[in-house]
Design a protein around this ligand. Structure first.
Ligand code: DX5
Ligand code: ZN
Length: 221
């Protein structure tokens, strides 16, 4: 098994010194940053918009993977791309047919991301997989960091991997929520190519070392 990519989720970082927090995980070998946008409506929590994403982009050379937990993100897609998002990930629960928003994201020059909540069956996204660059499987109910991993996400990862190889789809498979040194290897084994982790990295005694440790244990399976 290839070593998975590691995507620290800055939701768990100390925002009063975000530059240092990002620098630490970047030095630790993080492959990309996961950036959680919440609108207070799709989820019962509120974070930030394109203005802060632009500030984050100035702090790092890492790829920014922006996860939009928003009821209607489409009007903001261009602003998030202009702010520096390399991936723009929308929820199938926001748009039962996401083709138009995914087309716009691609047109603005970013990777098209699609995600689904734990209670949403994988079949809901299957018709759209050929038009997706990033497939994010949620393994917690979106809205907050620090929740326990929901193991029912594992068969979704395996299905994502199967369909990818069977049809030659191009998407990269991410797992998001409750990923730590125990669940990361299980997710990688099931098919995850990118491990998104917030608390397990930023709340670790040494976040820099934790990035490398997470990659190592997940590669060993
Ligand atoms: C949850 C977010 C996740 C979150 C993961 O709504 O989408 O990206 O930051 O945090 P941990 O790794 O702490 O579960
Ligand atoms: Zn997320």
């Amino acid at each position: 098994m290839n070593a998975p990519l590691i995507a620290p989720s800055i939701l768990a970082a100390d925002f009063s010194r975000l530059g240092e927090e990002i620098a630490r995980v970047e030095q630790g070998g993080a492959d990309l940053l996961h950036v959680d946008v919440m609108d207070g409506h799709f989820v019962p929590n509120l974070t930030f918009g394109p203005m802060i994403v632009k500030a984050i982009d100035k702090l790092t050379r890492l790829r920014l993977s922006t996860h939009l937990m928003m009821t209607d993100p489409e009007p903001f897609a261009e602003a998030f791309v202009k702010a520096g998002s390399d991936d723009v990930i929308v929820h199938i629960e926001s748009y039962p047919d996401p083709r138009r928003v995914l087309g716009k994201i691609q047109g603005f020059g970013a990777r098209r991301g699609l995600t689904l909540n734990p209670e949403t069956p994988f079949e809901a996204i299957e018709p759209f997989l050929k038009d997706v660059d990033v497939l994010l499987v949620m393994s917690v109910h979106p809205g907050f960091g620090g929740q326990a991993f929901i193991p029912e996400a594992l068969p979704k990862l395996t299905r994502a991997r199967e369909l990818k190889s069977r049809h030659g789809y191009a998407y990269e498979i991410h797992i998001d929520g409750g990923i730590d040194l125990d669940t990361g290897p299980k997710a990688a084994e099931a098919g995850a190519e990118v491990l998104v982790a917030g608390s397990a990295i930023f709340k670790a005694p040494d976040p820099r070392a934790r990035v490398e440790e997470m990659r190592r244990v997940a590669a060993q399976g």
